[in-house]
Design a protein around this ligand. Sequence first.
Ligand code: SF4
Length: 261
Amino acid sequence: MKTVDELDFSAETQKLFEIKAGAIKRTFEQRRIQTQLLDDEEAVKAFITEFIAKRPEIKSIAFSDGVTLYQLDLFNWIQKQYGPKGFMINQPLERSETGQYAIFGEQPPGRMNIPYNEWKILYDKWYDNLRMSLLSDLLIVSANAVTMNGEIISVDGLGNRVSGMIFGPRHVLCIVGRNKIVNDQASALDRIHNHVVPLTYLRHNLKHWCKFEDVPCLKIGKCVKCSHPESSCLNTVVVRGQVKQHQDRLHLIIVNQDLGF
Ligand code: SF4
């Protein structure tokens, strides 16, 4: 006799993913954003391999930052897979082992031990790498939320991630985990401002030597729609579709796993 395991929700979770992500896929594809529903890291890598193989125009690959991309091991894997083949790989926000931007080299924890002139040269190069990522043949990014109404929603302080999503790179792969699925714009923005952004500040404070203690959401525990000079929320981009002349540009991948936050 088959016994019921009341603690195992994998079948229910799988079914719910198929229902929700399937509906989102249908909506996006009506608006010319091809959407893949994939199970795991292996499936994502297989899709990217085929995607690049079918598009010989892709010679350069760039990334934005993103916990999702770390969890899928995409930074290391792309570098190993495509670097030796002569692809130009640009990861402007790559971190050193101590959490500083890699372009500055290894630094003593918690401080930058470089004379200002040298720091400025490296900083300008870092910023140029970010600008160059917007002209890559393939940009790989994640997003903050995907709504059941067919919207990819992201906030961005600097703007490099969201600008690349809407124009610049020849192709964009936007990869999100199932935990990023929300009902509508209001729930997306509520989740982003009260959960994603504070956690992102804490990630940078605790791992990357940043000092974002002053932003209101970290002081009082909720968003007050501030215009703080270091706010990550100064740009909000909602992608609903793309024009038919460029319908091979942005592709969405929804992974049946919780990725990022
Ligand atoms: S708008 Fe201000 S308070 Fe709200 S999440 Fe963004 S930085 Fe925090």
